[in-house]
Design a protein. Structure first.
Lengths: 252, 581
């Protein structure tokens, strides 16, 4: 536990509470805790859990921005709570809520089922018919790696779904992270699965639902640029459709 | 009474080892029903935090023997050499398998995979995906696992106990965290793949979930924990948080300097400092020796005071912005975010931090434990290839090699098993349900607070079982652990509810950690020598006559019983560890 700082200063957090059955009416609970300059919001929540109120439920693990567990709405903005510093809010109050656009399971814990169901639909694996090279790697130049590298950085934190106004209105929209992942494999020189993925990306509630608001890219903590991925996917789908029209027998 | 859920193979843990095991079992026999039961979604598993890379012989300049020798000398000769040979032979195959599955390995200009140097190696052999190797490895294996219909996942199910019937492991009980309900899951075979236990200590690179669950589950079922006294301190953690700064920062040419700007490692048998970079020398020495050197520097008053304790400086400025951004961008991101330092312009403050458990559940080379039907792979297990000090970049290939081996072996075993007798698992489930209620959810007396006990445990472990130990410090820790175990029986939870009762699961984790801490302390107390990461100031020499042996900690009434098992030596007889020069 970090102990540096000035314990006489305090900061106030208003935290969303909900629990099926016992606390079934959502409410905010207010906690006043010591303010420490080097704390992130997750440190503050851990302080509350450990010392003030063991009933508060939330997810966290790596506390270094890579496991994707601790996404929350912080003053209305989707953020990783391990990367949101108290000093950016102090001395104002901090409002902490579960990620928007998801059912709440309890307190700050959202239900992830929708994304978990969508993920395999975009076939996020290398699709190839021939066997891989024996005892050797597929050759892939640094330039080929760069084509998809950015889209391979997604940590599945769900901030982009929480920020997406389309997903808010149409939960069947396959969504930014899933499309970025599909595009990550589409652009990988080892993959031949683009036609398979078109069935989801090009279909109803695929890429065409997106109206390019770009909020997904703004909130992404891993600099994946899902909005860019979606735009690329749209362009390539449009080209494929033209090709399908010109060569109807060529479509598998 | 609800019927137990049933699968042929139940894997506890959905990180790299668990997912690799699941795929191996499914590939060996697609008719098997395989379950992954994990307290977190797979992509949250701690594999995700591994940074620097994965060792595997692939370049013509490298060789099988050199990887074995680096691993064995790194282990201070406590690794089993038959296991190391199998590991070194299979690691490149597994890393290539990952490549075929789409892992975005960093590349040479000709398109072949690139390798980088790591500590304690005489050749460059660490495959990497920039400095988020574990993240890419985990997501690649997770996404690939989605193809296999034979695999069913129980995400956010917390395993509380192994079910044992007629001397065989026949399943687990687990809390479905969403509802809070306990269920029995029957299995032909169970594989533990729960990772490490760094959270037993206060200052660790490990995520919150690394609480030794699988170690304690096996220990309670009578399986010995092997070599638990060997705890790896990584030399470069960020002060305050313990966030890891990868060894790749030094592999790429970073240096460690003390308060006088002096490369102090030259004073500890790792020099001379130049030419630099140089393999198996200075900052590319083994982790145990680098972390021990920090303690000596501190005793000499040559470390630097910081708000979160003493530090030294890791300086990568001379590498330049372009190389830093290409090869170690995460180092830059973490340093800027968590200590407010841009390593392009300023040295990074670092200190040794608990990183990895060399010890774990005793298994053979196929991942089988002495309890029929129970297997283990990854950091939770001790095969052992890591001995007294793990070679950097061996842990990622280890989870793949031994995950695959355990998956195949457990699948073959499960095929031969018949269903357990009706009612016996249900009876164990009822017992477990009763234990959870009476100990935690309907506890009447007591007023002990979870976080207080946890903090005291971690402080006791740091004080007693740190980089340097002696009989007094270890006895002190052992005594405090006995007191904490007694106070734990008077734990009082705020949360008595069902859904996502994370206070209950945190209490069960502390329960596990107290067992793991006990095994660490007593194994360390009994080993009256110094070897690798286990440094006894009262017994400063390695003693091959008495201790070229694995410690085996068995749970027993009162204190654990420590027995010993000979180390397997094939072609590399014990010798002095030589670095630098």
């Amino acid at each position: 536990m970090k102990e540096a700082g000035t314990p006489d200063r305090t900061i106030t957090l208003d935290i969303f509470r909900y629990q099926p059955g016992e606390r079934a009416t959502p409410s905010f609970q207010t906690y006043q805790i010591p303010y420490r300059e080097d704390w992130v919001v997750l440190d503050a929540i851990n302080y509350i859990k450990d010392r003030l109120d063991g009933t508060l439920a939330y997810r966290w693990s790596c506390r270094m921005g890579v496991c994707g567990s601790c996404g929350m709405m912080i003053n209305g903005v989707p953020k990783l709570s391990c990367a949101a510093f108290l000093k950016d809010y102090y001395p104002e109050r901090v409002r902490v809520e579960p990620l928007e656009n998801f059912p709440v399971a309890r307190d700050l814990v959202i239900a992830l089922d929708d994304f978990i169901e969508k993920l395999p639909r975009v076939h996020p694996w290398v699709v190839r018919e021939d066997a891989p090279p024996a005892a050797a790697e597929y050759r892939q130049t640094p330039a080929q790696l760069d084509r998809y590298k950015q889209f391979s950085m997604c940590i599945n934190c769900m901030l982009c779904y929480a920020a997406c106004p389309i997903y808010a209105l149409e939960p069947r929209f396959i969504g930014p992270a899933a499309i970025a992942l599909a595009q990550r494999y589409n652009l990988d020189s080892r993959d031949e699965g683009r036609e398979q993925r078109r069935e989801v990306l090009g279909a109803h509630h695929g890429i065409w639902d997106c109206t390019f608001v770009g909020e997904c890219t703004t909130v992404c903590p891993a600099e994946v640029d899902p909005a860019g991925a979606i735009q690329q996917a749209k362009l390539s789908e449009a080209l494929s459709r033209v090709k399908d029209l010109l060569t109807p027998w060529g479509r598998r | 009474m609800i019927e137990p859920l049933r699968h042929d193979v139940v894997i506890v843990g959905g990180g790299g080892a668990g997912l690799r095991a699941a795929i191996a079992a499914a590939e060996a026999d697609p008719t098997l029903s395989i379950a992954i039961v994990s307290k977190v979604y797979p992509m949250r598993s701690h594999t995700v935090s591994a940074e620097g890379g994965a060792g595997g012989v692939v370049k013509p300049s490298d060789s099988f023997d050199e990887h074995v020798e680096d691993t064995v000398s790194g282990s201070d000769w406590l690794a089993d050499q038959d296991a190391v040979e199998a590991f070194v032979a299979e690691a490149p195959r597994e890393l290539l398998q990952l490549e075929h599955w789409g892992c975005p390995w960093s590349r040479e200009p000709d398109g072949s995979v690139a390798v980088r140097p790591f500590g304690g190696m005489r050749k460059e052999r660490t495959w990497f995906a920039a400095d988020k190797t574990g993240f890419h490895l985990l997501h690649t294996v997770f996404q690939t696992s989605l193809r296999y219909r034979a695999i069913t996942r129980y995400d956010e199910w917390f395993v509380t106990r192994l079910l044992v019937e007629d001397g065989r492991c026949r399943g687990v009980t687990a809390i479905d965290m969403r509802t809070g309900r306990l269920r029995a899951i029957a299995a032909g075979a169970v594989i533990l793949a729960t990772g490490g236990a760094g959270r037993v200590f206060p200052f660790t690179t490990n995520g919150a979930i690394c609480t030794g669950d699988g170690m304690a589950l096996a220990y309670r079922a009578g399986v010995p924990l092997k070599d638990m006294e060997f705890v790896q301190y990584h030399p470069t953690g960020l002060p305050g948080t313990g966030i890891l700064i990868t060894e790749a920062a030094r592999g790429e040419g970073g240096i460690l300097i003390n308060r006088d700007g002096y490369r102090y490692l030259q004073d500890y048998g790792l020099g001379p400092p130049d030419p630099w970079p140089r393999l198996r020398a200075m900052e590319l020495g083994p982790r145990d020796k680098l972390s021990q050197a920090f303690i000596h520097e501190r005793q000499k008053g040559r470390t630097i005071d910081g708000p979160h304790g003493d530090v030294v400086h890791l300086d990568v400025r001379h590498l330049g912005e372009r190389l830093i951004d290409e090869k170690i961008p995460f180092v830059r991101e973490l340093s800027r975010k968590y200590v407010g330092i841009d390593p392009v312009h300023h040295p990074i403050p670092v200190r040794p931090v608990v990183h990895y458990m060399m010890g774990g559940v005793h298994t053979d080379i196929q991942g089988a434990t002495p309890l029929p039907g129970l297997y283990a792979a990854g950091e939770v297990a001790c095969v052992s290839i890591n001995g007294a000090n793990r070679l950097g970049s061996n842990s990622l290939p280890e989870i793949l090699v031994f995950g695959a081996r355990a998956g195949a072996a457990a699948g073959a075993y499960a095929r031969e098993q018949r269903e357990s007798r009706r009612g016996t698992l249900e009876a164990q489930e009822r017992d477990e349900e009763h234990r959870l209620r009476s100990s935690f959810l309907e506890q009447k007396g007591g007023g002990e607070r979870l976080a207080v006990l946890r903090d005291e445990m971690t402080r006791a472990m740091e004080a007693g079982c740190g980089i340097y130990r002696d009989e007094g410090s270890l006895r002190g820790a052992a005594g405090r652990l006995i007191g904490l175990r007694e106070r734990f029986s008077r734990l009082r939870l705020d949360d008595r509810s069902g859904p996502y009762n994370t206070e209950l699961t945190a209490a069960l984790e502390l329960d596990f950690m107290l067992d793991v801490a006990e095994a660490i302390t007593h194994s360390a107390l009994a080993r009256t020598e110094s070897r690798g990461s286990h440094q006894r100031t009262d017994f400063p020499r390695r003693d091959d006559g008495r201790f070229l042996k694995h410690s085996m900690a068995y749970r027993a009434p009162g204190l654990p019983r420590i027995e010993y098992l000979d180390v397997v030596i094939t072609r590399w007889p014990p010798a002095e560890r030589v670095y630098g020069g």
